[in-house]
Design a protein around this ligand. Sequence first.
Ligand SMILES: Cc1ncc(COP(=O)(O)O)c(C=O)c1O
Length: 447
Amino acid sequence: NSNPLIQLGVHGNGIHHVSVNGSFYPAKAKSRRQRWEVKPSEMANNTFNPIRAIVDGMKLTPNPDKPMIALSIGDPTVFGNLPTDDAVLQAMKDAIDSQKYNGYAPSVGYLKSRQAVANFFSCPEAPLEAEDVILTSGCSQAIDLAISVLCNPGDNILVPCPGFSLYKTLAVSMGIEVKLYNLLPEKSWEVDLQHLESLIDERTSCLIVTNPSNPCGSVFNKEHLQKILKVASKHCVPILADEIYSDMVFPGCNSPSMASLSSDVPILSCGGLAKRWLVPGWRMGWILIHDRNDIFGSQIRQGLVKLTQRILGACSIIQGALENILNNTPQSFYDNTISFLKSNSEICFNELSIIPGLNPVMPSGAMYLMVGINMDNFPDFKNDVEFTEQLVTEQSVFCLPATAFEYPNFFRIVVTLPEEMMVEACGRIREFCERHYRLHCVQQHRF
Ligand SMILES: Cc1ncc(COP(=O)(O)O)c(C=O)c1O
């Protein structure tokens, strides 16, 4: 070959091949594999989705006489009663028809789309520029990038309990330790601040705060958020604020973004279109970088950019639609969704409150409601997994056992289903509980 680069062993792919004995290949390999041995990597082996592990291990055989009602899936589109807004659909159609978004977008997203997100979320207390926004494939990728940029193997992260299981799934697969801090059901799932603080050590590299919460449907008020920030500030721990349910807050509640309250703690706020715009399958998420004291500095920003270059994130068509989605969705769409979620939550809470042995906790936002089970009153079952399994067998109602969120003796209900199905489901849960309830002399706690 007359190409001098090829002669040097430098190929177009930039990989340098070492020449031994004037050849590109060593004359004799030191040791070669004698037989096939293809095993999953440690990372694959350490990747564990607790929801799948628990649900797949359950015997879910519905009662053939009753149609199945699944209250378990956090996807607001499954029942067809909560379509997204026409403006959202139109934005997507226009993006396709323009033929402008068929190519690769920059790894951090189109500047115009990042600017649109910055404009949408910017506020005087927490201003955002386009370069503070990174577009991702769903909020899940935003969380993945945020954990990846902040943590090394051997570090630990603080995760709410009960909490969304993805944090642990990602962290454990990266060799990061997960420390669970308690939320308090009797205080509307506020953080046990003392417990939180007691977990922090010199290897704590990130505090995850989910507000509003999956699985609790709880919403922290300003004062509580300030107390969490104070702990983070005192111990110099950055925050990953999972705010995918931001603004999905029932009327009368108010929950500012963490960043708008932080004077010093640097925050990576993760969000996306999935829930508020009711299009989880479109896989559009973002990271908002809040760093007014320049603590993340250019290094964390550059780290994030590098990580986005592993795999391009958000689909370019949805990026092309993003500006119009954010600017053209009418306020009435958000309001209608919230008022539906609130009304369904109230129906569910009121129906379940009068069932002996159950302790529902009224949510203030998001789309979930947690229900405590007084297991002493249900001696037929060992735990929440058996309870919810038998509920499927007898009543064809499937609620997610909260063991999936590391919180046994509770189950989670998704409140996005049509109202009449919610009423029917609650009636069946009542029938089930009345059948299995046994009086127990230990004093009961109601939240
Ligand atoms: C708290 C929380 N964070 C993140 C996500 C993931 O969102 P996405 O579907 O945009 O990846 C979910 C989805 O259920 C969630 O509940």
